[in-house]
Design a protein around this ligand. Structure first.
Ligand SMILES: [Fe+2]
Ligand SMILES: [Fe+2]
Length: 302
């Protein structure tokens, strides 16, 4: 039995003191937004409790699907690295970046440099997406959909080179009998988000899965708990979205939670149980503990 925890979108705060020069860009909107809503609804307390619960659960590996930061200031990026180090060492956690990690041109390059040990493939000298990491029966495939986009846009793009490499890797890893887990920040299924937040070339990701197959897709970005599907040669692949790991209860989006997948079996006969752990909608900050919220069986193609 291999246990994989999935969390996403911690949007780590509080925002460091910001110089006016740093805000001359799309960041002005992000900074105002953060102070208006995220500072209120996303607090470290909830995230700290969630991380404590993950440590107590002691999964074999942790998948983190991006939006570690808010407007990708250098201080946020270095603080996010420290947060990842406290979460788990690089061989036990794998990360893909989100649109907030690429908030303005140049930010993604700095984030990748700072977070490289969590995004480097097993035998790769440097970060190159998609990366592949083998852990037990799993092959974790990290795809980057993070791109800087214009004001009021939170779109993502994989690009044709990465989509082509993804298809090749899925084929190879499928032939090896691995349980393939695709990690991507933006949801790749149809109609997943508003137009200005979508993965612009989601059809390329779906085409790679449709041709080569995959066992499980994990994403963030929507801050919602969703279960969708993408077609593959052996049947529908579960596509699982997880809410933000730091959202406080009592807001429009679900409270902080993570998913824990227990995977066993062999190629063609995989067994996967998903447990949702987090805070109930009614939790108050004085007496909030992470709870078991739901369990479900996922049908894995095969
Ligand atoms: Fe997010
Ligand atoms: Fe996002």
């Amino acid at each position: 039995m291999f246990r994989l925890a999935h969390l996403s979108d911690p949007h780590l705060g509080p925002m460091p003191d910001t110089r006016i020069r740093d805000l001359l860009s799309k960041r002005v909107i992000g900074y105002v937004n953060w102070h208006r809503s995220r500072a209120r609804s996303m607090t470290a307390t909830w995230l700290d409790g969630l991380v404590e619960d993950i440590h107590a659960t002691a999964p074999d590996h942790i998948a983190v699907t991006g939006d570690l930061v808010n407007i990708a200031l250098d201080l946020e990026i270095s603080a996010a690295r420290a947060w990842m180090d406290a979460l788990a060492p690089p061989h036990l956690a794998s990360l893909v970046p989100g649109n907030h990690d690429a908030y303005v041109p140049g930010a993604l390059r700095r984030a990748i440099k700072a977070w490289a040990p969590y995004m480097t493939g097993d035998d790769a000298p440097d970060v190159a997406f998609p990366y592949v990491r083998r852990r037990g029966p799993l092959a974790l495939i990290g795809v980057s959909s993070a791109r800087a986009s214009g004001p009021w846009f939170a779109t993502g793009r994989v690009g044709s080179r990465q989509a082509k490499a993804l298809r090749t890797q899925l084929q190879q890893l499928g032939a090896e009998g691995a349980f393939r887990v695709l990690m991507i920040h933006h949801p790749p299924h149809r109609g997943a988000t508003a137009w200005n937040k979508r993965l612009t070339d989601a059809s390329h990701v779906r085409a790679a899965i449709k041709r080569a197959g995959c066992e499980l897709v994990l994403h963030g970005h929507t801050h919602l708990a969703t279960r969708m599907e993408i077609d593959s040669p052996n049947g529908p692949v579960p596509v699982i979205g997880v809410p933000s790991a730091s959202n406080s209860p009592g807001h429009k989006r679900p409270a902080a939670r993570y998913n824990l997948f227990s995977i066993s079996g062999s190629p063609g006969q995989w067994h996967c149980e998903m447990e949702e752990r987090g805070y109930p909608a009614s939790a108050s900050s004085d007496a909030a503990t992470v709870e078991h919220l739901a369990s479900r069986h996922l049908a894995i193609p095969g």
